[in-house]
Design a protein around this ligand. Structure first.
Ligand SMILES: Cc1cc2nc3c(=O)[nH]c(=O)nc-3n(C[C@H](O)[C@H](O)[C@H](O)COP(=O)(O)OP(=O)(O)OC[C@H]3O[C@@H](n4cnc5c(N)ncnc54)[C@H](O)[C@@H]3O)c2cc1C
Length: 260
């Protein structure tokens, strides 16, 4: 079923971090803004559960800061340690990091967009572009729970993350890069719980990072455990191999890995 056209100033495809924030900014300036996301509202941001954010960014970007007792707030820490490739020169870094529930942080950002005047429609996907007679981008065809409809927009914004559905769907002649990102450009993150063999001497109380290997250790909520994270391009299998090689260097306390 094709529904009636809708006219907006700004159509934002993707309503997670980038989309919600940008929509809020535009709506505050008086533009009529529609955000759509293919996820349902409760599913938005469920790709992973816990997110770390620098506390100062909330004030900087004018978003209400999560405080103890808020549903998205878990905890915060101030100190982390960065170590060199050869495990030397531990450097203490002090800045407050908030540990937050991601789905509820996305709700906070969606509330920011709505309170600024933007409309958000979930379970609604970008289907194709609409062009005007001059061949310029003039909106999009969307598919929502009640079928397909057209949205005319002065500006269409691609906030769809890695798929970049708006940008990659443009014709090559449009003058915008239409490449798709592949495994070389993407960051695959693997998280493990680790059980410490000697928790009495090795207890992990501070986040420690080895940026050279993109590996980090973080406290867990049990005294004999910690989290081990690794990120690498190419694939999750490659990230696991990087972690295995790192473990062989002996920089980590004695432990046993458990997959999350
Ligand atoms: C395991 C993991 C841990 C991370 N931890 C952190 C962290 O601790 N701190 C941090 O700052 N960053 C972290 N990141 C990075 C962070 O998640 C990304 O930088 C951020 O999500 C990018 O936001 P975005 O809005 O650009 O895209 P996304 O979050 O990918 O959002 C894109 C949205 O577009 C929607 N969409 C896609 N296609 C369509 C379509 N056709 N039609 C309509 N909607 C569509 C999707 O449903 C999605 O909601 C982590 C990433 C991963 C994978």
């Amino acid at each position: 079923m094709i529904q009636t056209d809708l006219n907006v100033d700004v159509l934002v495809i993707g309503g997670c971090t980038a989309g919600s924030y940008f929509a809020g900014q535009m709506a505050k300036q008086g533009y009529k803004v529609l955000v759509v996301d293919k996820s349902s509202e409760p599913e938005l941001g469920q790709r992973y559960t816990v997110i770390h954010c620098g506390k100062e960014h909330f004030e900087h970007f004018g978003i209400p800061e999560p405080k103890e007792g808020d549903p998205d707030y878990i905890e915060q820490f101030d100190l982390s340690i960065i170590r060199s490739a050869l495990n030397n020169f531990p450097k203490n870094t002090r800045s407050t990091i908030l540990v937050l529930r991601r789905v509820l942080l996305m709700k906070r950002l969606a509330d920011y967009a709505r309170n600024s005047g933007a409309e958000i429609r979930y379970s609604t996907s970008f289907t194709s572009h609409i062009y005007n007679e001059a061949g310029q981008l003039a909106g999009a065809v969307l598919t929502g729970p009640d079928g397909e409809y057209h949205v005319n927009a002065r500006l269409t914004v691609d906030a769809s993350g890695i798929p970049a559905v708006v940008r990659t769907g443009l014709p090559d002649s449009y003058g915008v890069e239409t490449f798709t990102t592949g495994p070389r450009d993407q960051f695959y993150v693997v998280l493990h719980y680790a059980k410490l063999k000697h928790p009495e001497k090795d207890k992990i109380e501070v986040v420690t990072t080895w940026p050279y290997y993109k590996i980090w250790l973080a406290p867990q909520h049990t005294a004999d455990g910690c989290l081990v994270g690794v990120g690498a391009n190419l694939s999750t299998e490659y990230a696991e191999r990087v972690l295995k090689r790192f473990e062989a260097l002996g920089y980590l306390p004695e432990h046993e890995l458990e997959h999350i």
